[in-house]
Ligand binder design. Structure first.
Ligand code: E4P
Length: 216
């Protein structure tokens, strides 16, 4: 399973990249705004900075909701760097754009996915990645991980090549459950990635080994 970090914060991206286990980055307009990055030129310049840090795929989201606008934005974004993946919303015009981009060899991440039916449409259109938002599903008292399981089963039966990118991760446990459910990628806040390190027995055990070494 690939690990992406879900942020537009350059320091956090560098910290995760320095761990040596980072495979990519996802962003969205809300994450950009959180860093004070708004407006086309500033956003595109920020993508350049992210792509200079990370070798792996960097998802850059369009803000148009019509086919022509999405295609124009997608072409501009794809020119920023070879590792840009264009993030397109799961709407009718978006699915049309994903299909055309697939035909033109531009990779896409279909975002705002909340059902298996939407996952089938995105795979049919040729999306490179599919982003089911598991945390937001859990927030509505449904089961986000169950959706990952269902999509993984459908994609395996149908031999779809789209990679399942578990998004809207809220905790280290979500990462573990996504791996078990068959996600190809997880995109997580730095806090959830770092949370995977934590176990009190590791800390107690290490403390004892170091204390015993000093005794000898
Ligand atoms: C990433 O691709 C998504 O945009 C992101 O994971 C959404 O996360 P949120 O539900 O915490 O906003």
């Amino acid at each position: 399973m690939k690990f992406f970090i879900d942020t537009a914060n350059l320091e956090q991206i560098e910290e995760a990249n320095n761990l040596g286990i980072l495979d990519g980055v996802t962003t969205n307009p809300s994450l950009m705004a959180k860093e004070g990055i708004t407006g086309g030129e500033a956003v595109n310049a920020h993508y350049e900075k992210i792509c200079a840090i990370v070798d792996g795929d960097v998802s850059a989201e369009v803000i148009s909701t019509d086919y022509v606008g999405m295609m124009k934005e997608a072409e501009t974004l794809a020119e920023i760097a070879p590792n840009i993946v264009v993030k397109i919303p799961m709407i009718k015009e978006g699915v049309k754009a994903i299909k055309t981009l697939y035909d033109r060899g531009i990779r896409t991440n279909c975002t705002l996915v909340f059902s298996a039916g939407q996952a089938i449409l995105a795979a049919k259109a040729g999306a490179t990645y599919l982003s089911p938002f598991i945390g937001r599903i859990d927030d509505t008292n449904w089961d986000g991980i169950q959706l990952i399981r269902e999509i993984a089963e459908i994609y395996a039966i149908q031999l779809y090549e789209t990679q399942i990118l578990a998004a809207s991760i809220r905790s280290p446990r979500h990462i573990v459950e996504s791996a078990l459910a068959g996600a190809d990628v997880v995109t997580c806040p730095l806090k959830s990635i770092l949370g995977l390190f934590n176990h009190p027995l590791t800390d107690i055990g290490l403390e004892k080994f170091l204390a015993d070494y000093k005794k000898g």
